[in-house]
Design a protein around this ligand. Structure first.
Ligand SMILES: [Fe+2]
Length: 183
């Protein structure tokens, strides 16, 4: 597995990002009520970039492998559910007990999705793609993920939620998707 150790191997990069998202979820779940807004935005930023870059770069490669379409459809629909959950949470008061409950639900859904992704899509890439192709995909994945600039959360942590017309999440998703598609 020496090639898998290549820092640009797409599966290695994806697994590293799963670890990052996991640590963001753990930090958010453990944060005091007044610290949640900023950690929620950090989590959202990392998760959206990861998922959009997967959809633009990684899942088309999964679909090229026999049997890959069904796996791609299932995993992408889980990602859409997570995105909807983030959009609902964005409208809530991050200091509320209800928000804390949503964090717990989000955490278990995202971790379950990540495990399923590792066991199906990533295993498929490791089994079916030559190392050079995985490295090429990894380089494109990184570019797609980082294509959009990072902005601080538009109204965190001082302003109350609910006064923004287009939610910061929707704006982020649009921005990252447009930039990633151009890579
Ligand atoms: Fe993922």
């Amino acid at each position: 597995m020496a090639t898998y150790e290549n820092p640009d191997d797409v599966v290695r990069l994806l697994e590293e990002d799963h670890q990052l998202v996991k640590s963001r979820l753990e930090a958010l779940a453990a944060a005091p009520a007044d610290g949640r807004a900023e950690l929620f935005w950090k989590l959202t930023n990392d998760l959206v970039r990861h998922e959009v870059a997967e959809e633009v770069v990684v899942y088309p490669a999964v679909r090229d492998v026999p049997g890959g379409d069904a796996i791609a459809d299932a995993r992408i629909s889980e990602q859409s559910e997570a995105e909807e959950k983030l959009a609902q949470m964005e409208k809530m008061d991050p200091a509320s007990p209800e928000f804390a409950q949503e964090v717990a639900a989000l955490k278990s859904a995202v971790l379950e999705h990540a495990t399923a992704e590792e066991e199906t899509a990533f295993a498929m890439l490791l089994g079916a793609l030559a190392p050079d192709r995985r490295i090429e995909l990894g380089q494109r994945y990184t570019k797609a993920k980082d294509a959009a600039p990072t902005h601080p959360h538009p109204h965190a942590p001082d302003t109350p939620p609910g006064n923004v017309v287009m939610g910061p999440l929707a704006a982020l998703v649009d921005r990252v998707r447009d930039a990633a598609a151009a890579v």
